[in-house]
Write a new protein. Structure first.
Length: 507
């Protein structure tokens, strides 16, 4: 069974002669207690091409200490990582292998470096004796295990926050350390330092990818690369059931599909269309889980907003039972998709597309010439859908037309988002105005889905002999909300349809 801990720590340079200052003078620290010396022995694993290290991921098997076992660390922010642990075993536990699947693909992990550390531990405590942080002085010896020989040795100080302690404790401790001449380490982790000092550090990113190339091809590929990385990075987040992870992965898939369609003058659709079809499949498999998340939030808020005298029968219980049954199925479906060979093939196809981009002649032209035309084309597509939708009366046909307009609004917005680095503020303003339309249409579609769900809940309640009155009240309220959205829509669309907004893209 794997367990997760949030690791918030800071590292500092030290030598064998370094002496720690009196840390009881740091704000909040009342006592420092010695906890003894622990010997740690860790072997770090990666692929032969060090793809985990390139993504700032850590995989190790460690013996010694209170947390012996397999550990995977995911970066969260500077100095913050999530560590997922599994019990000690001879081979990589399946629970951790799944989290690394989008990076590893078909590759095996092999030992790359071994770190043996002598850890002298101190606990920093408050006046009540509660542990605020753990400070360790680590004497480290690193041995290269992959492709040759090499070794390194160093001493470092590590201060890790304990439990739910306020991170300001780390600031207070750092202030005392700096006054004593002890400064933060340049290395983000022991592994990064070991790889660097034993000559195994991953190759830096190709400079050609980060140049100031102003061509349309460079702009579009930079955006595509960003979304591909998001798809790979969010795979383990969905598996860990992190908040909003399903939504963000689905958005990355949709952004890629939109980019392939919008910028078809830049990227050859004979190559991108098959990839786009697979992205549509993945987004669809994830959609059930995401749609249920949105629906749960909307219906839960709607029930909470009802006065008590309008809640007839076991409304909350009925909603909870209905939601749990649907959520379990949706999550299983999402995980089955991520575990499928089809998903791995999609990831490989995306890598192949970036490695050998199917650029068309327009890719060599200036971004300022090519990108605005593509954005305006998507805007015209949106306008072609908005006009007829706004002319329809309330009802099913109007709901369908507004849903189609919503999809067009997303594409136009994503087109502008992709162009912001090249076109600057005009593209950003365009995206903001179109996003307002998309958001309004999105809320409207959520209401349409909610009304259908309320019909289902009412039928279930009636079949179980429960009052259906409350579900009818909620349905009526959702209808009122939809009407309010529809009244606002012409004004919001008028701002997004302004000719000056489109014209500014080419200035």
């Amino acid at each position: 069974m794997a367990e997760t801990t949030r690791e918030i720590e800071r590292k500092y340079e030290a030598t064998a002669e370094t002496r720690l200052p009196d840390l009881t003078r740091a704000d909040g620290v009342a006592a420092v207690t010695g906890e003894g010396v622990t010997e740690l022995d860790a072997v770090y694993y990666d692929t032969a091409d060090l793809r985990l290290a390139a993504a700032s991921l850590t995989l190790r098997r460690r013996t010694g200490g209170k947390d012996a076992g397999w550990h995977v660390k995911f970066p969260v922010a500077v100095g913050v990582r999530d560590e997922i642990r599994a019990p000690l075993s001879e081979t990589l536990p399946p629970s951790l292998a799944e989290l690394l699947r989008s990076r590893l693909r078909h590759a095996e992990v092999v030992p790359v470096v071994r770190l043996r550390s002598s850890r002298d531990v101190r606990h920093l405590r408050d006046a009540d004796g509660t542990i605020l942080a753990e400070l360790s002085v680590d004497t480290v010896h690193a041995d290269r295990l992959l492709d040759g020989e090499g070794s390194a040795a160093w001493t470092e100080i590590e201060v890790e926050l304990a439990g739910d302690t306020d991170p300001e404790v780390l600031d207070a401790v750092e202030k005392r350390l700096r006054k004593a001449g002890i400064h933060p380490s340049d290395a983000p982790s022991k592994l990064a330092r070991a790889l660097d000092e034993t000559g195994l550090a991953p190759e830096p990113r190709d400079p050609a990818e980060a140049t100031g190339d102003s061509t349309a091809g460079a702009a579009v590929l930079a955006y595509v690369r960003e979304q591909v990385e998001a798809v790979v990075r969010l795979d383990p987040a969905v598996r860990r059931d992190l908040p909003d992870s399903v939504h963000q992965l689905r958005v990355a898939c949709r952004r890629l599909r939109s980019a392939f369609k919008t910028y078809r003058k830049v990227l050859d659709r004979d190559v991108t269309d098959p990839v786009g079809a697979e992205l549509k499949w993945l987004a669809g498999e994830l959609g059930h889980a995401r749609d249920q998340e949105v629906l749960d939030a909307r219906l839960g808020d709607a029930v909470d907003a009802l006065p008590r005298d309008l809640r007839h029968g076991p409304v909350r219980g009925r909603l909870r039972t209905w939601s749990n049954a649907r959520s379990r199925g949706a999550r299983h479906r999402a995980l089955d998709a991520l575990d499928s060979p089809r998903h791995l093939a999609l990831l490989d196809a995306l890598d192949g597309l970036l490695a050998d981009p199917p650029l068309r002649p327009a890719a060599r032209k200036k971004a300022g010439k090519v990108l605005p035309k593509a954005i305006r084309r998507d805007h015209r597509r949106l306008a072609d859908r908005m006009g007829p939708a706004l002319g329809l009366g309330p009802g099913h046909e109007r709901d369908l037309a507004l849903h189609e307009a919503r999809k067009a609004a997303k594409r136009a917005r994503y087109a502008a988002d992709a162009a912001v680095p090249a076109l600057g503020k005009p593209a950003k303003r365009f995206a903001k105005k179109v996003k307002a339309v998309q958001s309004l249409l999105g809320d409207h579609q959520d209401i349409v889905v909610a009304r259908a769900a309320l019909d289902d809940l009412a039928h279930q309640a009636e079949s179980a002999g429960e009052p259906s009155f409350t579900w009818g009240v909620l349905h009526a309220r959702q209808e009122g909300a939809a009407e309010a959205q529809e009244r606002r829509l012409p004004e919001v669309w008028e701002r997004a349809a302004a000719p000056g907004l489109r014209a500014a893209l080419s200035r």
